[in-house]
Write a protein that binds this ligand. Structure first.
Ligand code: COA
Length: 425
């Protein structure tokens, strides 16, 4: 069976996390992704957070599956010949260099269009046009500038970043969608276009509900479903809301049996209005079903703290999985706080390919997150990340159609090898 993006070829100039997330997704959907890396060095993450000496890190391997790697010095005249050729041979160029770096290499939008008017040129940058457009940005900076940090954490604590990489991986995901849309539009226009996903914008898009709340707060001065209500105070900006649900159905994280020793013995519990009667029965408070202080959602809002304390007295008598089993029988929405260890061991995630075991020639077997997007007619086979420059010869011959003498000339020029080897040659 073919893949959704069969026939799409991508020049992958990305590094670190945001760009590689995007191109990995496109590779999983069937695109031929050719990653250009600096000779001898490669993507900086190959060497970061290493758990095995001299072996590509999990940081790198888990973000670069299903790609080919070619080493080219993009500032070397002969290296530019290779990149020019790849621009002509590819449909999409993806990059997430610091602002200005691609221009300094000579690959302005005008130059790229001159080489290939059908090229879609996709970029992740930290910020869109404006006061910070020239800034380098990493994950947590984006979380802070995109509104996530100011709205995450507890009211009496500092802003917090989240472990979910919404700035990097989240923006990579946004960019991938932009690329697929531009490819679709190219079918009718015949032309490429630029696609920009700024990390601040991507994070803000994921924080959309908090901008909603900002405007509600500005209008009413209070938000009844926030933990600050009714006893705390509201300022003029959306406050941190702890573990409250963020939606119309109040929720909170509650302790379960074993919480004293297990940092993840907790459950997320939602007091969904349609199942309120069942909740009351399960936790042993049937009188709340008709009590005017508890019967209706609005009446419950000022009492949420007490309600959750009462529910917690019940959840603390059960493990999170026992509580899940019981609550699910009554359609009460809830979810266990799962550790990464528990997720790694979860068989159902292996069965769906969401967690995959991948074999790597140097590191052996390791776990990775597979494609979270499942297409019924375009299944994903996760293959290992490439070694640095593993496909240089193959790409020169098969994609660029260079003959043996041209390949030898390029190799001799030093454009494909690290400076140390150049000196030795
Ligand atoms: N051959 C020769 N030079 C190469 C090369 C190659 N194959 N690949 C990269 N380089 C050069 C670049 O041209 C650049 O050189 P220059 O600055 O002298 O012109 C240099 O390597 C470094 O690139 P840069 O992007 O500035 O890397 P950095 O390590 O200094 O910064 C980031 C890293 C992530 C902060 C920055 O790239 C950035 O802000 N990116 C946009 C936002 C983003 O994606 N952030 C999240 C990353 S997960």
């Amino acid at each position: 069976m073919g893949k959704a993006l069969d026939g799409v070829r991508i020049l992958d100039f990305t590094h670190v996390q945001s760009g590689p997330t995007c191109t990995q997704l496109l590779a999983w959907l069937g695109a031929d992704v050719i990653k250009i890396e600096r000779p001898g060095v490669g993507d900086i993450t190959r060497g970061q957070l290493r758990d095995i000496p001299d072996v590509d890190s999990l940081y790198f391997t888990m973000l670069n599956h299903n790609k080919r790697s070619i080493t080219v010095d993009s500032k070397h005249p002969k290296g530019k010949e290779v990149i020019d050729g790849l621009i002509k041979a590819c449909d999409v160029m993806v990059e997430n260099f610091a602002p200005g770096a691609l221009d300094r290499m000579g690959y302005t939008w005008e130059r790229v269009q001159e080489l290939n008017p059908r090229m879609i040129m996709a970029s992740v940058k930290g910020f869109g046009p404006g006061p910070y457009e020239d800034c380098k940005v990493y994950e947590n900076v984006a979380q802070c500038a995109g509104g996530a940090a100011s709205t995450t954490g507890f009211d009496d604590g500092p802003p917090l970043v989240t472990g979910a990489q919404i700035g990097d991986s989240g923006t990579g995901l946004h960019l991938a969608l932009g690329i697929v849309a531009a490819l679709y539009q190219r079918n009718t226009t015949g032309r490429g276009q630029k696609v920009l996903a700024a990390m601040q914008d991507g994070v803000l898009n994921l924080c959309r509900v908090k901008l909603r709340d900002q405007q509600r707060l500005a209008r009413t001065g209070v938000m009844n479903e926030y933990p600050q209500y009714p006893h705390g105070t509201f300022g003029d900006a959306v406050p941190r809301a702890g573990n409250s649900s963020g939606g119309g159905q109040p929720g909170w994280i509650l302790k379960c049996k074993g919480w004293e020793t297990d940092p993840n013995a907790y459950i997320y519990f939602i007091t969904q209005a349609p199942v309120w009667d069942k909740i009351c029965e399960v936790i042993g408070k049937p009188e709340w079903i008709t009590d005017p202080n508890y019967a209706k959602p609005d009446a419950r809002l000022p009492r949420l703290k007490d309600i959750f304390a009462t529910v917690e007295a019940w959840t603390m008598t059960k493990t999170k999985f026992e509580a899940m089993d019981i609550l699910n029988k009554y359609d009460i929405p809830c979810g266990p706080i799962l550790s990464m260890k528990e997720i790694a061991e979860e068989q159902s995630l292996r069965d769906t390919g969401t967690i995959v075991e991948v074999d790597h020639p140097k590191r052996g077997k390791y776990l990775s997150v597979g494609n979270p997007i499942k297409l019924s007619d375009s299944p994903t086979d996760v293959t290992r990340s490439p070694l640095l420059g593993e496909h240089t010869d193959e790409v020169l011959r098969d994609v660029l159609k260079f003959d043996e003498s041209k390949v030898a000339e390029l190799k001799g020029s030093g454009a494909l090898t690290p400076p140390a080897r150049k000196a030795a040659e």
